[in-house]
Write a protein that binds this ligand. Structure first.
Ligand code: ADP
Length: 826
């Protein structure tokens, strides 16, 4: 940048140097490399004269010998300050650019370009806007220069001190990389403010692009660095594992998993999914949650027993022997199971059988029978309880999109079993119905339906798993509580409660030997007298099955083991490690008798005389059939002056409430039979209560007991409490059949009740009762309520013929005389 000594004439005829990819701006001194002959010639000619030449850019820098059409029409008048030779081909000219000029005419003669040009006068205005523009462009240029490497430091300094708008605009234009076209536009604009404006806009855009470019570069760099780091870490891990001798040096990551997938015997569809997931796992950065989820899933796929099966032993004699060895009695269930296995044997492997459902109260041997079936067949055994299952996902699993998702109970159990054909016990299928909310029953239908279960799909596993080889057995306490759709697909096998004699036999032959073994005792260590055993069953348990009895025997064994174990010396564990079963001295033994039973088991929780056998007013004994077997049940009735209301308490279900209403109506309509006046019922309130309110009760079979309690309460006559009754009643006084007779009779027997009033239509069911019970019990079969009341409240019936009177006449004009209030039930 130098001062122009004298102003240039407006029009000039000058030698011209064509420029490639370069625009030279006034106010600057620039070096030009001259390689073309015509350029050198022009520079020489200028040097010989006043030094002035014209610099004009080619529109296309690639053209060696441009014609006049190949140039922009605005260029720069410059003065050659120096011209020297660089090498044979190249000369260098240092030129000072003086003014922008417009081409008027362009010619080429004698190997040289010549141009007639008109100089363009600079227009500079000094205004606050100019100042603002100067500051803006300067600051933009600083930022720009900081982001690119092409701007020399001295130019940055120079821009920092230039105050003139035109000079600043040209300097910035010369050093910013803005493209030839835009630079030509700047060169063609003589107004400095406009040039600054153009520069500000353009630089803003450039800076934005540079910022984005930098962001992209940073991201790319980060990614490269991360993948380099991952690679480095993986290599290090591999080196460590190699050092520890854990892996094959050439093994690909997850090689073990790959081998497990290959060996799992998956069907093609599942294998394709597994391979796809494995590829995904290998692409995923290790130690990330995604990798963990993917790996866990593959472990599940590889861990499933797709083809691993056990061979069935269909020898029926063997099966019968296994069932007999483990179970006392249970003839009917055993026969049904053997028939089932016989059909299986005849039909062959691929035939579908219905599902067995073992129904009965707890502790009657359902699980134990199912386990014996598995052992007889030589199959693995798995058991899953459905109690409390209310969500389909518990059967079918959660989709993998959930964090912590798992397969459902079916798939989990099968993996645990390790074979695709185990015996699978689905426990408490009736509890599923009780808690039925989502659609677990529908999912279970798919599991159990032989037509569908070969393509069972678990939400987690996603691929289908064939369940058709699994032998499903279900259990339930009450068949009526099983959802009907499921019930239809099952073959019910009923197991009922045990009698005292059966319990004693099972305790001796099966439960006690197993408990002795479990507690490290030999038979000689513990003797339980017959009387003590009866006492344990009758006074320490009150159940249809054997669960509590089994626990009591375990309690006895534990206490005995504790008594026999020496106070010092090796522990039982240590002793058994040395080959001895327990640390008792061989001669020591404990005899359990009625006399020392309380010492061992504590006070008796159940008294056989729990049902108060004394005669009482307003209390009758009924029999109920619940999921834990049969039970006795006391029904109480009481009255007080009032307005004919009936109150029912004790958690009665709706059917039982209706039955209570029916009982009261019956008594009212047959008032004459009991010497009562029908009007009496309008002057009193009746209250019926069934104690043990915490146990919900339902069903119509307490009708007889309720009627007896009401009659007794109103007449003040005692009910025979040593007699139990069961039977549904109608308003006309008929007694209808009831269910669960066997369980109910067993319960009555357990409680020492030896007379039972029951519907005549249930007589046929007696054949199902064990002989000992039949012999020990007096059954009173009745068709009419009146007959039942003859046995239950014999003293209350004053006019037996009135039994047919329907309805009770209301004509009696005399005011009702209230009977004396009955004493509270005893
Ligand atoms: P459930 O599954 O019906 O509740 P379990 O099969 O668990 O009953 O039986 C409880 C206990 O009683 C088990 O130890 C079982 O072996 C035993 N048990 C039940 N019935 C018999 C029987 N008839 N013979 C021998 N043991 C029995």
């Amino acid at each position: 940048m130098t001062e122009t000594p004298k102003p240039l004439p407006t029009h000039l005829q000058l030698p011209m140097v064509p420029l490639r990819e370069l625009v030279v701006f006034p106010h600057l001194v620039v070096p030009l490399m001259l390689a073309r002959r015509q350029s050198l010639q022009a520079a020489r000619r200028a040097s010989k004269g006043d030094g002035l030449l014209f610099l004009l850019s080619q529109t296309d820098g690639a053209v060696d010998n441009p014609t006049p059409q190949d140039f922009y029409h605005i260029g720069t008048v410059a003065r050659v300050l120096q011209l020297f030779r660089v090498n044979d081909q190249t000369h260098k000219a240092i030129v000072e650019a003086l003014s922008r000029a417009e081409v008027e005419k362009l010619g080429f003669s004698r190997g040289e370009y010549r141009a007639r040009v008109r100089c363009l006068a600079e227009r500079v205005t000094a205004s606050p806007e100019t100042e603002a523009l100067i500051r803006t462009v300067r600051s933009q240029f600083f930022t720009y220069a900081g982001s690119v490497v092409t701007v020399p430091d001295n130019i940055v300094e120079l821009v920092g001190i230039i105050d003139e708008a035109d000079q600043l605009a040209d300097t910035v234009a010369a050093y910013a990389d803005l493209g030839i076209d835009f630079k030509q536009q700047l060169l063609g604009e003589p107004d400095a403010n406009k040039r600054l404006q153009m520069l500000a806009t353009r630089l803003e855009h450039e800076l934005k692009v540079l910022r984005i470019q930098r962001d992209i570069t940073d991201r790319v760099r980060d990614r490269i660095q991360k993948s380099q780091k991952d690679y480095f870490l993986r290599e290090q891990l591999r080196a460590i594992e190699e050092e520890l001798g854990r892996t094959d040096p050439g093994a690909a990551p997850h090689a073990e998993l790959e081998a497990a997938i290959g060996n799992a015997g998956m069907p093609e569809a599942a294998l394709a999914v597994a391979k796809r997931e494995l590829a995904k796992l290998r692409r995923t950065a290790p130690m990330t949650p995604q990798a963990a989820v993917c790996e866990e899933y593959l472990q599940w796929l590889a861990g499933m027993p797709w083809q691993h099966r056990t061979d069935d032993n269909l020898d029926l004699d063997h099966a019968a022997a296994v069932l007999d060895a483990r179970h006392h009695g249970l003839d009917e269930p055993k026969r049904r199971i053997l028939e089932y296995l016989a059909v299986k044997r005849l039909r062959g492997q691929n035939q579908r059988e219905p599902i067995l459902c073992l129904v009965g109260p707890p502790g009657v041997g359902k699980t134990s029978l199912a386990r014996a079936v598995a052992d007889a067949l030589g199959r693995k055994f798995v058991r899953k309880s459905l109690g409390g299952v209310r969500d389909e996902a518990e059967i079918r699993g959660h989709r993998r999109t959930y964090v912590g998702a798992m397969p459902g109970r079916i798939i989990q159990s099968l993996r645990k079993a390790g074979t695709c054909n185990p015996v699978f016990l689905l426990d408490e299928i009736d509890k599923l119905a009780a808690d039925f909310r989502g659609d677990p029953a529908a999912a279970l239908l798919e599991v159990l339906d032989p037509d569908e279960n070969n393509t069972f799909s678990d939400h987690y596993l996603e691929v289908e798993f064939d369940l058709s080889d699994v032998l499903f057995i279900t259990t339930a306490n009450l068949a009526s509580a099983i959802p009907p759709a499921l019930r239809d697909r099952m073959e019910m096998i009923e197991l009922s409660g045990y009698t005292l004699q059966e319990k004693l036999a099972i305790a001796r032959r099966h439960l006690l030997p197993r408990q002795l073994e479990a507690h490290g005792l030999k038979p000689r260590h513990l003797r339980i007298s017959d009387a003590a055993m009866v006492r344990i069953v009758e006074h320490y348990t009150s159940e249809a099955g054997l669960r509590v009895l089994n626990q009591r025997l375990a309690d006895v064994c534990r206490k005995v083991a504790a008594r026999l174990a020496p106070r010092k010396g090796p522990t039982a564990e240590a002793a058994s490690r040395r080959g001895r079963r327990a640390a008792q001295s061989p001669s020591a033994s404990v005899s359990v008798t009625v006399a020392n039973l309380a010492e061992i088991l504590g006070p008796e929780p159940f008294r056989n005389d729990l049902v108060d056998r004394r005669r009482a007013v307003g209390a009758a004994t009924g029999l109920a059939w619940t999921e834990v077997g049969g039970r006795t049940m006391v029904v109480e009735a009481s009255w007080m002056p009032g307005k004919g209301h009936i109150t029912l308490t004790g958690q009665l279900g709706s059917v039982m409430q209706e039955s209570a209403q029916a009982a009261v109506t019956y008594v009212r309509s047959h008032a004459a039979m009991f010497g009562l006046e029908s009007r009496l019922f309008d002057a009193i309130d009746l209250h019926l209560h069934v104690p043990e309110g915490a146990t919900p009760k339902d069903g119509p079979s307490a009708g007889l007991a309720m009627t007896a309690a009401v009659v007794s309460s109103l007449t003040g006559k005692c009910v025979r409490r040593d007699v139990a009754s069961t039977g549904e009643i109608t308003l006309r006084g008929r007694v209808l059949a009831i269910g669960g007779l066997k369980e109910k009779v067993l319960a009555a027997h357990r409680h020492g009740l030896r007379t039972i009033v029951l519907p005549e239509s249930n007589e046929a069911d007696l054949v199902r009762l064990p002989d000992e019970i039949r012999r020990a019990t007096q059954f009173v079969f009745v068709r009419e309520v009146a007959e039942a009341l003859q046995t239950l409240v014999p003293d209350a019936i004053v006019e037996p013929r009135a039994a047919e009177a329907l309805p009770a006449t209301v004509a009696a004009a005399a005011p009702a005389t209230l009977p004396a209030p009955s004493p509270p039930p005893q």
